[in-house]
Write a protein that binds this ligand. Sequence first.
Ligand SMILES: NC(=O)c1ccc[n+]([C@@H]2O[C@H](COP(=O)([O-])OP(=O)(O)OC[C@H]3O[C@@H](n4cnc5c(N)ncnc54)[C@H](OP(=O)(O)O)[C@@H]3O)[C@@H](O)[C@H]2O)c1
Length: 227
Amino acid sequence: MHILLTGASSGIGRAAAELLHEREHIIYGVSRQLENLPDGIHPIEADLSKPEDIENIFNYLPKFNALINCAGMAYLSPISSGNPEQWKTMWQVNVHALALLCQHSLPRLTDTGIILNVSSMSGWRVPPSGGFYAPTKFAVRAITEALRSELRAEGSRIRVGSLSPGFVDTPLLDNYFHGREQQLATQRESKVMLSAEDVARSIVHIIEAPEHVEIGDIQMRSTGQKA
Ligand SMILES: NC(=O)c1ccc[n+]([C@@H]2O[C@H](COP(=O)([O-])OP(=O)(O)OC[C@H]3O[C@@H](n4cnc5c(N)ncnc54)[C@H](OP(=O)(O)O)[C@@H]3O)[C@@H](O)[C@H]2O)c1
């Protein structure tokens, strides 16, 4: 399969890029930092907070089979006291860019293509420190369901779904645990988080499902995660 994958330079997206490449898929990896993409990935440079960069992505691409929206960011940014500039950046990357990528991909996806949006367990329930991050992940699930209904209504066979991990040990958590570094260090030491590879395996499962199978969402947490 030919797969467009955002967030391919780090964490979950990078692990997915490696695993999918190993399985002989052709990956077009989007990032602002091309030097961090794994070997064997076709690099596409784009800052997803810029709509013009998103449009340019599609100049480089042939028809493709799958879009995986994995890029995202998480600031610890409460509604009561967080920095609204951080809310804006999270909204641009986690929500607006993801929806734009879905829209631009539709005419270029094969008939039974697939769109997979990486949401989060924070898109199902709001953790006490979820702040503005959780609303962006609720929005990812809502966009996924809105698009699924639109596609079914028009008789399209393009599939769309999401994936909702709990804590995953990636660099994203360094921002999310800002000011709670000791708590993060303890969690990392006790290994009560999923690994990026755990999540990458579920991404492969969704992407390689038979053409008539649409997986709506997979919720996954480490057995060490309580809520
Ligand atoms: N880690 C967790 O606990 C966890 C849990 C549930 C869901 N998730 C979700 O999983 C996804 C991947 O997160 P991760 O944990 O793997 O994070 P990560 O290691 O920090 O990777 C984030 C990725 O997003 C890309 N990205 C961020 N801002 C971008 C921008 N403006 N333009 C282009 N690319 C941008 C980064 O690429 P460059 O910096 O190279 O551009 C990087 O590849 C996110 O959607 C996140 O919300 C994570």
